[in-house]
Design a protein around this ligand. Structure first.
Ligand SMILES: [Zn+2]
Length: 330
């Protein structure tokens, strides 16, 4: 297909624990295909899923692999973005996988791989039209992690370690974390730990019923909601104080299942501000926004990873969703 574009189309794939989503971005930064499939785990399952979603997207977009400029993939775990090697993606059953080179050999185009939270930060910056901003994306999923853009550029640190803020211990009474420490932010606000607490509580509460139960006066639900929101508020305060982020985008299953937690987090931050002139001057609550679950932020971010290659990963210009990109899902 010839659109007279300066840039060839790019395919972005977000590999998640349960679903894998792909989008095709054309040279005018329009999303012209948007497909998803269930993630098969294990190295061969992840590869098969990514290829199936990729081919589905390309068919829907009417783009052949020969026309494709590059592919970007976002995936959980420790990722070396220079080599495309993924390590210790526990939920996907991956110990070590040369994902970039395997997919590149199959598709015949360069494939760039990055950690999913880092890729999603680019997608979030795009969604908020804040590509040049100092922005942090805070992912509240099974675990808690962040990715920060400073002037639109990703902060990586040695071994891409920057952003593992879920393992900052903040409450020694909160219980043990999977990492071995006591009371990490992830213990308070990580979806895995929340689910364990709710199941152990024998109250029949779930994350989606938690806030309604708290509203109705259930003390256990109120305590749990406050515990989670305290973890989120502390994470927000941490990234703003560490990086000076103007905006903090919140995403991930925890806040998408219970969006009211974002309002509660704002209330806690405002309460902290009432105790501290310093915090009041920062307006932490005003910096937060919730990114919508239905917008393919992570897959768009992955496409931006593909477009940038290993060079200077940054957001370029606004992505627009084409209505026809969402053909009926099977
Ligand atoms: Zn930890």
């Amino acid at each position: 297909m010839s659109r007279g574009d300066a840039q060839p189309p790019t395919l972005g794939i977000d590999v998640g624990g349960t679903k894998t989503q792909g989008i095709v971005l054309d040279g005018d930064a329009r999303v012209i295909a948007d497909r998803r499939g269930r993630t098969e785990t294990g190295p061969s399952g992840v590869i098969a899923t990514a290829l199936a979603v990729a081919r589905d997207c390309l068919r829907l977009a009417g783009v052949g692999t020969a026309e494709l400029g590059s592919v970007g993939v976002g995936i959980p775990g420790r990722v070396d973005h220079r080599t495309g090697v993924v390590c210790t993606a526990v939920n996907l059953g991956i110990g070590r996988l040369e994902l970039g080179s395997v997919l590149s050999a199959e598709l015949g185009v360069p494939v760039y791989v990055d950690n999913d939270v880092k890729a999603t930060a680019l997608g979030a910056a795009d969604y908020l039209r804040a590509g040049e901003a100092d922005l942090t994306y805070l992912n509240l999923g099974t675990g808690v992690a962040s990715a920060t853009l400073i002037g639109g550029r990703l902060v990586r640190g040695t071994d891409n370690l920057a952003g593992e803020i879920g393992h900052v211990p903040v409450d020694p009474t909160a219980g043990r974390c999977a990492c071995g420490q006591q009371g990490c932010i992830e213990v308070l606000a990580g979806g895995g730990q929340i689910a364990n607490r709710l199941a152990a509580g024998d109250s029949g509460l779930t994350l989606s019923t938690l806030l309604a139960a708290a509203e109705a006066g259930d003390q256990a639900a109120t305590d749990e909601a406050l515990r989670i929101a305290t973890g989120i508020a502390t994470a927000v305060q941490l990234v703003v104080l560490a990086h000076g982020s103007t905006r903090v985008a919140l995403g991930g299953g925890v806040v998408q299942t219970a969006p009211g937690l974002v309002d509660l987090t704002r209330r806690l931050l405002d309460e902290r501000a009432r105790q501290s002139e310093f915090l009041a001057s920062l307006d932490l609550a005003g910096r937060i926004s919730l990114v919508p679950a239905e917008h393919p932020l992570a897959a768009i971010g992955a496409a931006l990873v593909g477009r940038a290659g290993v060079a200077d990963l940054r957001w370029e210009r606004p992505v627009r969703m084409e209505p026809a990109s969402r053909e009926r899902q099977s």
